[in-house]
Design a protein around this ligand. Sequence first.
Ligand code: SAH
Ligand code: MG
Length: 193
Amino acid sequence: MNEIEEYAKINRIPIMQKDGIEYLCQYIKDNNIKSILEIGSAIGYSSMKMALVSDDVHVTTIEKDIDRYNIAVCNIMKNNLDGQITIINDDACNTTINGKFDLIFIDAAKGKNTLFFNKYKDNLNKNGVIITDNLSFHGLVENPSLIKTKNQRGIVNKIKDYIIFLDNNNEFITTYIPLGDTISISKRRDDDE
Ligand code: SAH
Ligand code: MG
């Protein structure tokens, strides 16, 4: 795993930050999560970390970039996790996933969080949760004065829209965890709430 962290650093692949992934893995353990759908595999780092929580965790993960997908496949094989991780090379905007999951982890194109949330929420088990990474976008959401490019501004605005979407969602209740790059945890409201 250290090698993968190093590779990501050198090649500027935005894998989860250490305290964020640690929190996520602890959450998986504490909540007895067994089935995970991840949007955005990159080179397989977070899917492998989650699979390593327990032998009976299964992760389905989607990556659209063919080069990253190929590296992820290699990493997963090398670590003998291919029995626990199913990786799909596709654009998650168009993929159809059958089956239900205890956790959906959104960590792909930051402007498409709402789309992914709405598209995949029907793949959640009854008490399932949707977790999203990078809600602070390296601090730019809280400190817009640090924004340097038009592209960054566009992404920050979309993340803000996503936070508004989550805060006003009648079906899910969301809490924010200020670890790593800030993650959100969205749980379906109970019917009688
Ligand atoms: N979860 C990974 C990091 C993912 S980085 C980890 O922490 O280890 C985000 C990844 O999402 C990138 O590799 C990018 O290619 C991928 N991505 C972006 N848009 C996507 C889409 N529409 N469908 C699938 N993957 C996408
Ligand atoms: Mg991320």
